[in-house]
Design a binder for this molecule. Structure first.
Ligand code: SIN
Length: 585
């Protein structure tokens, strides 16, 4: 093992020192040359779908991500917001490596063994014959609860089901967990928390519910909204009990008070929560299997849930039996076909979503007769970095940024709801806008450093200079007027209520933004216990759903901070009810 380790460390040194490696050398061959296939694999070779042994081998030789992090690199994939994911997510042994970061970014990073031939993707298509064969063969494993999808809703469901005594497995199709939740930048909305109390913020469950209903243009299901509001404080407490830091508070668009809870220090909420949930699952011995795509929900003759067919990267197609299934597969914001069908006007828009948001749960549920709610309601977030997939969080406006058009003029209350802000931007010249802020904001919001690092910010020492480099000739007058409104506590132009910062401290910054697909509000119809409903609005026995795969919670438009609240509140409910259903059978 020791020799093995030295050889591997040498391999890394060779790679990073630029010494040429034979062109046809793959990562697998390179390791096999050192110490046979057992450099990576067990003997006899048996690769689990999660590639657990192989990834342990990577780490035992090359070290942890922390050890591998290289501060000299401009973009260091080993210190990314994806967190502690499998090494094999990027470094494939037998096929061309691929930088997971570039699902959203365009980093130019030389990957070792980049000349390896690309192989056909294991999950490139559906195979009905293999699905049917797996069903005919019968279950190879029996569980109480199957959770489909490894974002916040899925993890919360799995942890909750396990805590209620169920034997549970979480399946995630991607090589890493996190889903869209991992990209969440805002926070979790909650009412009646110690954090609000400490800041002296008066808030009420009824206000939370009213704000969500108003934001959703009163198209939400009021029963679901009531639960979201009532259980929100407990959701924050639960996350804290699992190890999360939710100490910071801010106000999101459409909320009448500060109720968006986030990690102190300005870090993004998504990577933090996912990190906490991943560890909580490990601590509770929850079996999380990545590279495992659920292809079909199998029903008994009485139409109750019998299990699923899972397509594992290495195990192939297998039926797994369970009395309860929780769908937590997220929305369809990255499925061009579904967007074109349900919301054709958004067909060419960029998306802030993870590549995993392809509407799988909706398809699985539809196939067995589930009803859909508001399936065509798609939210455009007003501030995606122009020509990118990078979300510029609403919290940037919440903390104090102003939004101006290409002339440098404000055109809307920056804290209005997302649908209104997006519509307003699309009415401006060239259909984009700028967010403008100063150094005070950067000091408060750590995440802005990330946008700077990505080269998205224009920066200048004076507002006049910023106006010049961005061609926004009205900007100096706009900023001077805004600073007066901020000082007087009254926005005479657009009635913005919350103006925490003026724009006076150099340097000054601007970032170009345009609307992009952010959240699909519609999805599988559920009742208040997260049971999935059929076309007659009856429960499909044993089928539950939570998070963005569902419809009804957010109505026509979701408020910032309500997605994570939804995933935690309804994820926990789905897990609990799924466990109860399975265990009483
Ligand atoms: C944002 O920070 O703008 C996104 C947060 C959310 O969608 O709730």
């Amino acid at each position: 093992m020791k020799l093995n380790k030295i050889a591997s460390v040498m391999a890394v040194m060779l790679l990073t020192s630029g010494v040429a490696i034979a062109k046809d050398q793959s990562l697998a061959n390179f390791h096999a040359d050192m110490d046979s296939c057992q450099s990576c694999h067990s003997k006899p070779i048996k690769v689990s779908d999660s590639e657990t042994h192989e990834n342990q081998q990577c780490r035992s030789c090359h070290g942890s991500y922390e050890e591998l992090a290289n501060e000299k690199l401009k973009f260091d994939p080993h210190a990314s917001h994806l967190g502690d994911i499998n090494c094999t997510s990027c470094h494939s042994g037998h096929s061309k490596p691929q930088l997971t970061c570039n699902n959203c970014h365009n980093f130019e990073i030389d990957m070792p063994f980049a000349d390896t031939k690309e192989k056909k993707k294991w999950d490139a298509g559906w195979n009905q014959d293999k699905i049917q064969k797996a069903i005919d063969k019968g279950p190879v494993e029996t569980l109480d609860v199957i959770v489909v999808g490894g974002g916040s809703a899925g993890f919360n469901a799995a942890i909750s089901a396990k805590m209620h005594g169920a034997k549970v497995v979480l399946f995630e199709k991607a090589p890493y967990t996190g889903g869209n939740s991992m990209l969440a930048a805002g926070g979790i909305n909650a009412v009646g928390t110690p954090q609000q109390k400490k800041k002296g913020i008066e808030d009420k469950v009824e206000w939370f519910a009213e704000d969500a209903m108003k934001g959703g243009r009163y198209k939400n299901d009021p029963k679901l909204v009531k639960i979201l509001a009532e259980e929100s404080a407990d959701a924050v407490k639960w996350l804290e009990s699992l190890g999360a830091n939710m100490d910071d508070l801010k106000r999101s668009g459409g909320a009448r008070v500060e109720r968006t809870h986030r990690p102190s220090g300005g870090a993004s909420v998504g990577p933090h929560i996912i990190d906490v949930l991943r560890k909580a699952a490990v601590d509770r011995n929850i079996d999380v299997r990545v590279n495992s795509r659920v292809e079909k929900i199998v029903l008994n003759d009485d139409k109750s849930v019998a299990g699923v067919v899972v397509h594992g990267r290495h195990s192939g197609y297998n039926m797994i039996a369970a009395d309860s299934i929780v769908l937590a597969t997220g929305g369809y914001g990255m499925n061009k076909e579904m967007i074109s069908w349900y919301r054709p006007t958004f067909a060419n828009m960029t998306s802030s979503n993870n590549v995993t948001a392809t509407g799988d749960g909706i398809k699985l549920a539809k196939e067995i007769g589930a009803s859909m709610t508001d399936i065509d309601w798609v939210q455009a977030h007003p501030t995606i970095g122009k020509d990118s997939r990078i979300l510029i969080s609403e919290t940037v406006r919440g903390v104090g940024a102003i939004m101006v058009n290409t002339d440098g003029k404000r055109f809307i209350n920056e804290l209005t709801t997302r649908d209104r802000a997006s519509d307003a931007i699309l009415k401006q010249k060239d259909k984009y806008a700028w967010l403008v802020f100063d150094e005070q904001l950067v000091e408060k919001k750590k995440m802005v450093r990330g946008y700077e690092h990505l080269g998205m910010l224009s920066k200048a020492n004076t507002i006049e200079e910023l106006a010049k480099i961005t061609d926004m000739n009205q900007l100096p007058q706009t900023v001077s007027a805004y600073n007066k409104y901020q000082k007087n506590g009254k926005d005479d132009a657009f009635g913005r209520e919350d103006m925490p910062l003026n724009l006076t401290k150099a340097p000054f910054y601007a970032v170009k933004v345009a609307p992009g697909i952010h959240h699909t509000m519609g999805g599988v119809a559920i009742d208040t216990d997260s049971n999935v409903l059929n076309l007659q609005s009856w429960k499909i026995p044993g089928l539950f759903a939570a998070g963005e795969v569902t419809g009804g919670v957010h109505g026509f438009n979701r408020l910032g901070g309500n997605a994570i609240a939804d995933t935690v509140v309804f994820g926990r409910r789905a897990g609990e009810h799924a466990a109860e259903h399975a265990l009483k059978k």
